[in-house]
Each structure stands twice: as structure tokens, then as C-alpha cells.
Design a protein around this ligand. Structure first.
Ligand SMILES: Cc1ncc(COP(=O)(O)O)c(C=O)c1O
Length: 331
């Protein structure tokens, strides 16, 4: 949910037509994002999904292959956009915690001289990794994977939807993480609390290409400065506070793991996501009962649940959430 400052900024933002490059807030956001991530240029896109799709399209051509973790958002949750829109095949790789080792990368590279096989053109990493529990890539592992990918002539797109969470958790600058990619998408609409929007960053040529893809996908928004204004505030004010979300997630996970039938791998609770498994009750009735009591959650499997901590949820809310969970689990 947007902050009061964001709501005010939306109301007063100077606006122009962004498709013509004339929206001052969008231009400012793009400049800020590129600078923060240490990339040449950036383009504001509608969503993380659009940013990733554009990332696939600029890094691989029709008929080529993109290597991705088997549990990645790109492979699992983007409606096969890579295949349908970009004509790119995804090669899923099963990993431990979303981290791909140089050996794993080497194993799936296709020989370039075999016409039976598609060309391995690009690879995508996800940091933090959603389906693996919001886990953070150790920076050395990400760097090693990036270097290995380049050694195999792969272009690297980082799905950094929650990369600011990763940076805060590691205590490094977001540019250190972005440096392990050619192109990168991050979301403003998740922990950074904007109502909508993501930013795709990379070399100028890739961003120019991405801008064309954005238009093609119907993502050329006109007075998009009302949204970008929130993004500017997000980058200025909402990054450091992510540490609170991480602390709240940990308290929530520790409390949940003491409840009857609940299993939660605490080693994976590194940022703002809490995945856990239910014992007796299924995810659907658990979600419904929690919702009746004002607690929103998401079932991600028959008995698998996900909670997310974010701006607007404080330590007291976590205690209230734990009380609701206990009530539902013991009813
Ligand atoms: C890792 C990851 N990448 C990309 C996305 C897509 O973002 P959006 O919902 O803005 O399309 C999500 C959304 O949950 C995500 O978790």
C-alpha cells in the first residue's frame, strides 16, 4: 500500500506523456534506478512480469533457449510469456535454494554446432528467490554464476523483483547485486510499497530495445508519472525499512514453527517471506478462516502456505497474526 507521502506525490506530480519521453517523474525514476543499480539506463514497466518478459525478449531470440531455475517465477508464474510472446524456450534447472552453481550451468549449455538443439542464449537468476522461501543468493555464488554464464556466452537477466530485500539482508549495495547481471528487473510494488510498477535496467541498447518491447506489449503508459512519483519516494525512503519486514518475518516464522502440525524451515526465512507447511488442516480452509479474522495469506500448495510481511505491518500485528493462526489451527 502506498505511503501518505506517495499519495501526496501522486496528487502533485508534474506530468507529461511518457511514450514521448516527456514525463518528468518517469524520467527521474528511470535515472535514479539506473544510478542506484549501476546500470547505463532504465525503463519503467507495468509489472515485474512485464520486466522479466522484456528481459527474455532482449536477451534471447525466437527459437533460442533461456536457462532458469525450475522454481523461478519466470518459469512457474508468467503464463509462459517467454514461449508465447518471445518464442523462447525455457530450460528449467532443479536447484538447491535457487542457487545455480557454475557446474550446473556448464551441464545445461547446448553445443552450438548441433542443429538439432536450440542455442543457449541467456540465463536468469532470481534474487531473492520467491518459491525457495525468499532466500538470498550469497554474493560470491551469484558472482560465480554470472562469470560462469558469461564464460559460456550467455547473457544474464536478473529477476530482482525483491533485490532490495536481498541487498538489505546481505548489508550490501543493490549495485553489488546488479553487477552480477547484464539486465535486471526490480519491483516497486512489493516491499517498496508502490501501488504498481517495476523498472528494467541494463545497457542503453538493451533498454532501448526493452522500450520497444514495452510498447509492443501495450505497456506504453501515458501520464505514468502518477505512478513513477511513488517509485521516486520508494527509492528514497522505503529501502532501509525493509529490515523491519525481515525482523517481523522471523518473529512470525519462529512463532508459527511452535504451533501444532506446522513445519517451517527457519533457515530459509531470510527476508520478508514466510513459507510453512500445515499438518492437519489444508491450505484452502486455513486461508479462508484466517481471512475471516482479518489475516491475509496465500496457499501455494495443498498444505503449503505463504505469509508476506510489509510496510503497514508492525510487531504488534505479528503477534495478532500469530494469535489468529493458533486459533485457526486449534479450532
Ligand atoms: C520473483 C518474482 N518475480 C517477478 C514477479 C512478478 O511481479 P508482478 O506481480 O509485478 O508481475 C514476482 C511476483 O510475485 C516475483 O515474486
Amino acid at each position: 500500500m502506498p505511503t501518505p507521502d506517495m499519495r501526496r506525490a501522486m496528487a502533485t506530480a508534474p506530468l507529461g506523456d511518457d511514450v514521448f519521453g516527456d514525463d518528468p517523474m518517469v524520467n527521474r525514476l528511470e535515472e535514479m534506478a539506473a544510478e542506484r543499480l549501476g546500470k547505463e539506463a532504465a525503463v519503467f514497466v507495468a509489472s515485474g512480469t512485464m520486466g522479466n518478459l522484456v528481459g527474455v525478449a532482449v536477451n534471447a531470440r525466437t527459437g533460442e533457449e533461456l536457462i532458469a531455475d525450475a522454481d523461478s517465477h519466470v518459469f512457474q508464474y508468467e503464463s509462459a510469456g517467454a514461449a508465447v510472446v518471445a518464442g523462447v524456450q525455457i530450460r528449467p534447472v532443479v536447484t538447491e535454494g535457487g542457487v545455480m552453481s557454475p557446474e550446473q550451468i556448464a551441464e545445461v549449455i547446448r553445443p552450438r554446432d548441433d542443429p538439432h538443439q536450440p542455442i543457449s542464449a541467456a540465463i536468469t537468476f532470481e534474487d531473492t528467490h520467491n518459491r525457495h522461501g525468499g532466500v538470498v543468493w550469497p554474493l560470491e555464488s551469484l558472482r560465480a554464476a554470472f562469470e560462469s554464464a558469461h564464460a559460456h556466452r550467455l547473457r544474464v537477466h536478473l529477476d530482482g523483483a525483491r533485490m532490495f530485500n536481498a541487498a538489505v539482508a546481505l548489508g550490501v549495495g543493490v549495485a553489488d547485486i546488479a553487477a552480477c547481471s547484464d539486465t535486471v528487473t526490480f519491483c516497486l510494488s512489493k516491499g517498496l510499497a508502490c501501488p504498481a510498477g517495476s523498472v528494467f535496467c541494463g545497457p542503453r541498447e538493451a533498454v532501448d530495445d526493452a522500450r520497444r518491447w514495452r510498447k509492443r506489449l501495450g505497456g506504453g503508459m501515458r501520464q505514468a508519472g502518477v505512478l513513477a512519483a511513488c517509485g521516486v519516494i520508494a527509492l528514497d525512503q522505503m529501502v532501509d525499512r525493509l529490515a523491519e519486514d525481515h525482523a517481523n518475518a522471523r518473529t512470525l516464522a519462529e512463532g508459527l514453527s511452535e504451533m501444532p502440525g506446522v513445519t517451517c524451515d527457519l533457515t530459509r526465512v531470510q527476508t520478508n517471506l514466510v513459507y510453512f507447511d500445515l499438518g492437519g488442516i489444508d491450505a484452502a480452509p486455513f486461508t479462508a478462516e484466517c481471512k475471516k479474522r482479518g489475516l491475509l495469506s496465500e496457499g501455494t500448495g495443498p498444505k503449503r502456505m505463504r505469509f508476506v510481511t510489509h510496510y503497514g505491518i508492525d510487531a504488534q500485528d505479528i503477534q495478532a497474526a500469530l494469535k489468529i493462526c493458533e486459533e485457526v489451527l486449534t479450532a
